[in-house]
Design a protein around this ligand. Sequence first.
Ligand SMILES: *Cc1c(COP(=O)(O)O)cnc(C)c1O
Length: 436
Amino acid sequence: MYYASSRAHTQVSVSFATALLQGLAPDGGLYVPLRIPKLPEDWLEAKSLADMAVKVLPAWLGDDFTTSHLSAICHDALNFPTPLLDIGEDIRVLELFHGPTLSFKDVGARMMARLMNHLLEKRNSQLTILVATSGDTGSAVADGFSGLERIKVILLYPKGKVSPIQERQLIIQRKNVQALAIEGDFDACQTLVKTAFAHEALADLPLSSANSINIGRLIPQMLYYLWSLRKLKNDGRVSLEPVNICVPSGNLGNFTAGFLAHQAGMPVQQFVIAHNANDFFPNYLQARREAFAYEPTITTVANAMDVGAPSNFERLHNLFGEQYLRQKLWASSVDDKATLEQMRQTYQKQAYLLCPHTAIGIEAIKRYRHETGDTTPFISLATAHPAKFPEIAQQAAIPQAQEAALEALWQFPTQVKTITPDIAKFIDIVRNFILD
Ligand SMILES: *Cc1c(COP(=O)(O)O)cnc(C)c1O
């Protein structure tokens, strides 16, 4: 199984291990699979998410991981439940927020951390991860890598643009982790990371990325899509086909994983992609945007999806092309008012508390059904725990969800540096932290 850069057409391909450890390809592109392996025939017989991983991943990872190593990694990483909840109106919500930092990002981050650590042990080497986060990525990555001896993490987040709880999760003191509050938006953070990777002052140091741009985070994210269909089949009330899936999206990593699983053989009739006011992708699909252009990020109540220029678009475009994407996908952009309204309605009708990101997904499903008349059952991804966003629940005038793990956060010591988005200063910090 080989991977190549999304930029060069004739470039040499690399193994999964190389793509995982490098993060970004040398030409600045994102790694994409050269071909998409078919799902194993027995994928619908998996007994757990970890068991699904052991069945499905070998075809994608190649022979750098033995079955017993892979099994140990998957069972250790995927050790929390992912319930599929019927909330009425033929919508089932896949709750992906029962991991340690309470968002779906725990799945990719915990798997990636353990896959990397295994390779570094085999090679007796070390690595530093640079990660830009719009909220949940940084805490999932910091937590996923915490305690791993061979890896250091530097995480950047836009100061003032994450919720107080998200910030707390980011800046908790962790061994081998440095948090940086950047005076700028998410794209400024991402630009610092991208520039650092290409910078000669850091060329002698082993660096990697942990954003959804790393293929090692993306591939494990296929698993819960497959697991949700496995559960639906078990459930008996709904036949496996057809089913629609809705994905609340920002950087489009989560959706790219689902679409890869679909290309590998997972039966999905229609993907619905739900964005907040950052509407590049819905516009693109409706041919209102011809090409990928820099879009300033708009701040919304669903801040983990505040991405003006989704980096995985490059991957999707390279893998599937404009025509196929436009023909296959349906997307909508949901503004803050409609998001809050959907949080309120779902609480009133179903007595179910949604986080703002998940509410955008439910709203997009309603719009899709209204526009197309399609009554196919939906699985909608619930991307974060509603208890992470008490301020937004208050704006929506719904009760605040409770979660004991969050209350414990305020007891821990914190550590963070605030800097302007200045590349020279950033590079200095990175060098000193690595060589320290
Ligand atoms: C990261 C995140 C998203 C967006 O996922 P992408 O892979 O960036 O599209 C949605 N909801 C929550 C809660 C997130 O943390």
